[in-house]
Design a protein around this ligand. Sequence first.
Ligand SMILES: O=C(O)c1ccc(O)c(O)c1
Ligand SMILES: [Mg+2]
Length: 629
Amino acid sequence: MKTSIATVSVSGDLREKLEAIAAAGFDGIEIFEQDFITYDGSPRDVGNMIRDHGLEISLFQPFRDFEGLPEPLRAKAFDRAERKFDLMQELGTDLLLVCSSCHPQALGGIDRAAADFRELGERAAKRGLRIGYEALAWGRHVNDHRDAWEIVRRADHPAIGLILDSFHTLGRKLSPESIRAIPGDKILFVQMADAPAIEMDLLYWSRHFRNMPGEGDLDVVGFLRAVMAAGYAGPVSLEIFNDHFRGANTRQVAQDGYRSLIALMDDVRRAEPDLALGGLPELPARVKPTGVSFVEFASRGKEAAALGDLLGTLGFARAATHRNKDLTLWQQGEIRIVVNEEKEGHAAHAFNARGTTVCDLGLSVSSAQDTLTRATATGAEAFSQPLEIGELDIPAIRGLGGSVLHFVDSATGLDRVWEVEFDPIPGADTAGAGLTHIDHIAQTMSYEDMLSWTLFYTSIFEVTKSPMVDVIDPDGLVRSQVIESPGGAFRITLNGADTHRTLAGRFLAETFGASVQHLALATTDIFGTAARLAERGFAPLPISANYYDDLTARFDFPPGLLERMKAANVLYDRDEKGEFFQLYSGSFAGGLFFEILQRGSYAGYGAPNAPFRIAAQKRRLRPKGMPAR
Ligand SMILES: O=C(O)c1ccc(O)c(O)c1
Ligand SMILES: [Mg+2]
């Protein structure tokens, strides 16, 4: 299975596109006519430049409004095709994509179209070229792959075949199952695209909202399964028209594309084990995360002391120090927070760039090595630092935003790192204020990066993603999406900020693009924990009295509960499964904060409370006595 991508899918000029596509690992490209025309170089030079990047030209496209035309338009269409054949031969590609006609004068009729294609096939064959016919979802007469196939079948010419595009089939809610019956060698090319489930005009949806397989809501795996089951053996290509991608970082989009394609082909291979799908790298199945092993802050000096004070008021105990490095382990229940004050290495760089920041996350997984193998096979960069004697080699990769993700398992003893590399501090009370484990980690990013991050997690781990929800900040919108493992042992919330004026956007600006903005720590007794935190001098985020007045209007509470929540600045929500309580710390280090929650069987994240929490945080940011802007 060779990989390919249409040049329209990434930003930049043709040379920038090729560099990024080649660096990401693709075997070939579909050259979009527009990208060729806007480039200042002869077709031969362009062909050579593409091959110099180690890429094949899998296809040239699109050729529009060909079939079903009355004379003299018909003759003109053939002349146009001959000009494109010349160009293809100079470029060095043998396959042309013809998309179904949208021409106002195009006539219907399967036999008429088949006759046109037979003649085009004759002309193409003379030059050793091939033609693939694709049904656009909005084609004038042909907008269904089954009709396109019937035309190809009746054209009955060796140089004429079918091109399938997942968007045009799935976007129209057509079942891909009929593809299984098409002879595989008559399918000349396959384009893959996903899209978010939004009701809108098909053409507009396709040209602006397509995204990488796995980033949207279409059943792209079901589609490609049907194609492979038909016996298709050609390249699997991405053709993504997306407004954000057109303006985004070229390399990032190309890398995301490669990641999505490898994960997709692997899903198909697993779903159709009887098919021999050659040429795909062996990679382990998605790995199940079983929790968060540790969160590591880069900090130093006074900032580290302030962070330590805050951790102390939250009930954490200094539990151990590293034998070789300037690392302190703070622990409470199963929660481990490492404070790294090293002057060299990754954490030092993170601190120098951003101040106190979460520089590393340790995830507990079933197999650390499998996680590393799968992550690097899908394009992640392995990360390592020099080890001293007695230190464990914990597999790690670079996450997005420059952070590092470590994978810890018990099978190979990596979870013993605390005993192996650290000296315990005697008498540490790790029961603390009753915080038991990390419920979730909240990562903030610019909205444009959200699809990337979601794909990163969903392609490596066995997790599901929730629908995106809007969180209203007084100064803008933040979009939030949850990634969680089955059973919820591992949960990440991704928050995409549109502007620098939102709390999330401000955090990004102040920290130069850090990612972890808050850690949510679980207790089974929110009021008991709140009381113990108060004893330690913890100052919760004050919540307005109006919030509690509104709560009484929305919910019925047993006597006394509302007063207890109000006194402890506890926020409340409820779903069919249970009740949810949360309270927050103030912010530190450019906008980091902690959340403390009691969830029981409640499945959400308190989204209805987010606007009130954000408003409360913003009130505290404003200097005293300053009116609201
Ligand atoms: O939007 C279009 O016109 C268009 C062109 C070529 C394609 O392969 C396609 O899927 C869509
Ligand atoms: Mg297409």
